[in-house]
Design a protein around this ligand. Sequence first.
Ligand code: FCB
Length: 461
Amino acid sequence: MHYSFPEGFWWGSASSAPQTEGESLSHGKTPTIWDHWFRLQPERFHHGVGPAQTSTFYEHWKEDIALLKALNHNTFRTSVSWARLIPDGTGAVNQEAVAFYNQVIDELLRQGITPFINLFHFDMPLSLQEQGGFENRKVIDAYEAYARTCFELFGDRVTHWFTFNEPIVPVEGGYLYDFHYPNVVDFRRAATVAYHTMLAHARAVKAYRERNDGGEIGIILNLTPSYPRSQNPADVKAAHIADLMFNRSFLDPALRGSYPEDLVALLSQYDQLPACQPGDKELLAAGVVDLLGINYYQPRRIQCRDSQVNPDSPFMPEWFFSAYEMPGRKMNPYRGWEIYEKGIYDILTRLRVEYGNPRCYISENGMGVENEQRFEQDGQIQDDYRIAFVRDHLKWLHKGLSEGSRCLGYHMWTFIDNWSWCNAYKNRYGFVSLDLESQKRTIKKSGEWYRQVAAKNGFDE
Ligand code: FCB
């Protein structure tokens, strides 16, 4: 069968500044929470490898863009580093950073690759985290000023903007489950950070629209379809709560401009609602996006907890549900995540049926592999498993398109193997492999395959 995609479909990949640039404490850049946390607790990072060890995009940007071109990308996402552009978090702009991002944007355009620019990818400047990060409303002002600066500097050429990547992740990681700095475990604070993040998002959307630059602005959400273990009402309800907390807490304000009533009712029942101020409601309503980026890796398999309320623990989502091991589900043998290709179709279908079929694209999807070097033959990684992974997800995306979804493109995570937070280089994700010592880049078999898919705007199977 031949799978062809609509004309102009976006073929590309995604990355981020903190995971690729390097030069993390030089050329004017100040520390983010990652630089700081690594200084405090290097043992929390795989093999003690911190945010300074990257694929050095700051130096190799030209070569990397040539590689993107070689892979036939017509689009590419990366982010701007707030702590590089505005080293104090607010105020003076670092001109060296402006020159750097200008070069990157101009070179992408020169190569016919549309830059998609995201403003925040987990990299809170430390100076602002010291003021409470997004727990503090003043940081919303700082974020808006940063967003305005980016639009002002680059908005004449950048037409695809995103406010946040996976905004739930710093909330979960930093305030619930201890896998991001500041390592707090407190639901109320988590809810406040989530709420303020969405207000910051809406401020940026408003600021962008006021400019009339003619481009579009969106947000990138990691959506995790939540499937109940059984159709018994308790499991169904538990899956519904997981969905409210981890998907709809950002999806509804992004697409409908307001929070789900069920979520508000649940949090107020347990006295966990963040404090609102006059004007917030209108602001959120103004934050409805032009374009939704969907990151999809794996679903959530949910079962109801036996005892729902534990008065001795802080309020946690686990009051209501927990994950369960589903026998027979397909796993990635090299990383331990579930592979469920149909999830991508379920997301697109839900958006079409329940959310008015918004313009969207797959902004991340990919497969991490531990010790990937073992698959090297004659100098190239033979990652047939990644080809199968991408192809099978594309088939389900294609089915979504044939049923009317407005999915405009596909970005694989990621272009070159990069630094992945606490996992550092444990799992490799790229179309291009990276030798960390020599910085040599080599296109993997999957990169060669994707080059053809992009050239033909489809594939045969
Ligand atoms: C996503 C992040 C991205 C990368 C991949 C593996 O959650 O957006 O930065 O770490 O996971």
